[in-house]
Design a protein. Structure first.
Length: 345
């Protein structure tokens, strides 16, 4: 169980438990998960919409708003737009990782070793891409997700926290793999008789015409597909359902991790990061420690309850599409894109 006090502000542990608590805090939380399970089966548009829905909810969490995913009044078009930004950012980072890997592999003598090291580093690529995508989602623009120096500063500040989230994703992937194996193996055993029959027919291929051989092969293939099809459909739905939950929990865990960077105080995307937030349970920093080494450069700040306009602030979760000069609303949980303000659920 997670106490409500643990959901406030930044804490450097229990990312999975706190993210799960936010996901399930409202009755009926399973409804959007079931809708995501079906929507992700729709090519391109469905996948983008689900990704946008996940990141828009995580965007609220990064701002410090403790809210469950919206259950009604979801703005599908804005979800798709947000998902498109996430796709472009992840694609660019993937291409960059691939280029670096190729260059390292070409280094004489130690190229293979460098390539192996980079492959191990790439295990964390998924979480790094989520951090970049979260920046793009917060600003509602693609460019902030491509600012490597800023993103590297965030990652290098607390790599241990991201390592915990990587562990969550690895365990979730292992669980999904076990489920797939358990469900799929009985179905594979069921098609063995059809395979044996086809092999026996192929032994007489020399006396069969080419048309007869093709007919026998097609009959065997359709027979195997018809026997395994129900299992495959059930497996796809189960994987989609578990994948939707893992996506919500893991991305939102990254948003909880990002609270230490004072998202509400971000100015323009090219501005330096404001002073980092410490876990309130940590000991008070001593003069000369790393917490005093953070440049205290003035930045234009914005908070969900601040009524002053700011020059090009990160998109306020209350009005992400509003111009920069429009001040935020009084309550960040009202009129939150892509969710409808009329019903908090």
């Amino acid at each position: 169980m997670v106490d409500e006090s643990e959901l406030a502000g930044f804490r450097r542990d229990r990312y999975f438990a706190r993210s799960w608590a936010l996901l399930t805090r409202d009755r009926g939380w399973i409804k959007p998960v079931l809708l995501m399970t079906v929507a992700v089966l729709v090519p391109i548009v469905g996948i983008l919409g689900v990704a946008g829905y996940v990141y828009e909810w995580a965007r609220l969490t990064a701002w410090g708003v403790n809210a469950a995913p919206k259950q009604k009044g979801v703005r599908i078009g804005e979800c798709i737009s947000s998902g498109w930004r996430v796709f472009v950012v992840c694609l660019v980072w993937y291409v960059g990782f691939s280029i670096v890997s190729g260059i390292l592999m070409q280094v004489p003598v130690i190229g293979d070793l460098l390539g192996l090291v980079w492959t191990l580093v790439s295990v964390c690529f998924a979480v790094i891409a989520v951090v970049a995508s979260m920046r793009a989602t917060i600003y509602q623009k693609i460019v902030p997700g491509l600012r490597v120096p800023t993103i590297w500063k965030m990652i290098s500040h607390d790599p241990a926290g991201l390592a915990r989230i990587v562990g969550i994703e690895i365990l979730g992937g292992m669980l999904l793999g076990v489920i797939v194996t358990i469900v799929l193996l009985p179905a594979l055993f069921g098609i063995i008789p059809n395979l044996i029959t086809m092999i026996e027919y192929l032994e007489y291929s020399s006396v069969l015409s080419s048309g007869m051989q093709a007919r026998i092969a097609m009959q065997a293939v359709f027979s195997m597909l018809s026997s395994i099809a129900p299992t495959l459909i059930a497996l796809i739905l189960v994987c989609s359902f578990i994948g939707a939950i893992l996506s919500l929990v893991s991305v939102n865990a990254v948003a909880l991790w990002m609270r230490q960077f004072s998202v509400a105080a971000w100015g323009r995307d090219e501005d330096p990061l404001p002073a980092f937030v410490s876990d309130p349970r940590d000991a008070a920093p001593q003069p000369g420690s790393w917490q005093y080494d953070v440049p205290q450069q003035p930045v234009s700040s914005v908070s969900p309850t601040d009524s002053r306009p700011t020059p090009n602030p990160p998109a306020d979760p209350s009005e992400p599409q509003a111009p920069a000069e429009v001040p935020p609303t009084e309550d960040p949980q009202e009129n939150v894109t892509p969710f409808d303000a009329e019903d908090p659920k």
